[in-house]
Design a protein around this ligand. Sequence first.
Ligand code: FEO
Length: 401
Amino acid sequence: MQPVEIKKDIFWVGFVDYDHRDFHGYSRSPDGSTYNAYLIKDEKNVLLDTVASGCEGTLLCRMAQVLEPEKIDYIICNHMELDHAGALEAIIERCKPEKIFVSQTGLKSMAGYFDCKDWPVQAVKSGDSINIGKRTIVFQETRMLHWPDSMVSYIPEDKLLVSNDIFGQNIASSARFVDEFGDDGEYTRRVKEYYFNIVLPYSPMVLKTLPVVEKLDIDMIAPDHGLIQRGEKAVRGIIDMYRAMAEQKPQQRALIFYDTMWESTETMAYAICSGLEENNVPTRIMSVKQNHHSAVMTELADCGAVIAGSPTHNNTVLPLMAAQLTYMKGLRPLNRIGGAFGSYGWSGEGPKFLHEQLASMNMEMPAEPVKCNWRPDHEALKACHQMGVTIAEALKKKCQG
Ligand code: FEO
């Protein structure tokens, strides 16, 4: 239960949750997550964020290695979602802080979760700062990143940004820093997974926030989930990745996601894939039975074309496909080309439903839905292959455009 000193007298005191899978009730974190909290030892001792409920014992234990928890003067709540504030009541009870800082909007979510009328709460806004001795803490609101109450805390003397949800990843590991993790590919994948399952709908706010962050003199970003970015390369890397993910420029890759009943729709997926691949569009096929909806969204991060397949089932589509589409639509992907396909026995509404769903996400739909009766024959597979070719041509044009 040791803290980790990330800067002189600034300590990571969080919780690594190796068993955590169901993140925020909708996203899956296959390898757990972390709730990072930070303690600053100064003339005023400050705790930045807490951890999820049930993890307060570990938080207090780590804090106690630095100073007695009762010596905490200030608690900063950058965001009131319960992965950061679930332990707040217990920590306040133990530390009895002189002040608790939260954004103006955070007052509402704090009151919604806690009986906080007797807490010494002070609301802050962008540009407000507090002096804690050798250091200053400057607050910057980051509304909708990830909730209306979200803010970040900047400590100029240490060139440190405590960024809460922004720049996080769901990683449970003994490593605290990106450079200790030793797997750049996996780190990048976890950044994309986190962004495309949580932050994506708020991309316009990301694009407004990045110039504000770039104006700050920063050599370390300490998010509340996953690994800390230290040094110019890691800091620049995460900012550039965020800009690229928020801009969602089309990329020359395709994702085919599908469900199947008697393998006809699956066979069609492979024929569409061959039409794409033969036209230089690398393609990933994902069964929604075999892949969680978060994994499908993560794959979409690098795919400019999104093609959905389902057999017709009860005049619509199989339920896992309906769920995947609902999840995808809520996350608001932009700048994609879509396509729809599926087999049917007698009514055949499935592909049309998929087509309409993708079109409602503002995807360009260059091909009519392809459907085949019962089992796909040579002609049906040719039509699927042609759909792959048509989408590949449209995507390449879009990427050049
Ligand atoms: Fe990590 Fe929006 O909470």
